[in-house]
Design a protein around this ligand. Structure first.
Ligand SMILES: [Zn+2]
Length: 69
């Protein structure tokens, strides 16, 4: 599904919405059409958090089989 994240340039609200084709997107809060499309929210934010927390969890050991014991 074509879900994109946007940020309103006017009230700075971020929101996700479905966009089909060239449908115009407007801010759900202030109805402004001055919205900016952000990079994919999903892969973007979860990516950074995941890799950093996993990296610090086993920073001293390079073995992939290392886990909590
Ligand atoms: Zn707005």
């Amino acid at each position: 599904m074509p879900i994109f994240e946007f940020r309103c340039e006017k009230c700075k609200k971020t929101f996700e919405t479905l966009v089909f084709g060239n449908q115009e997107v407007s801010c759900p809060k202030c109805k402004s059409k001055k919205v900016k499309k952000l990079m994919s929210a999903f892969s973007h934010s979860s990516d950074g958090k995941f890799s950093s927390s996993q990296g610090s969890g086993c920073g001293t050991c390079s073995a992939t089989s290392c886990g909590p014991s």
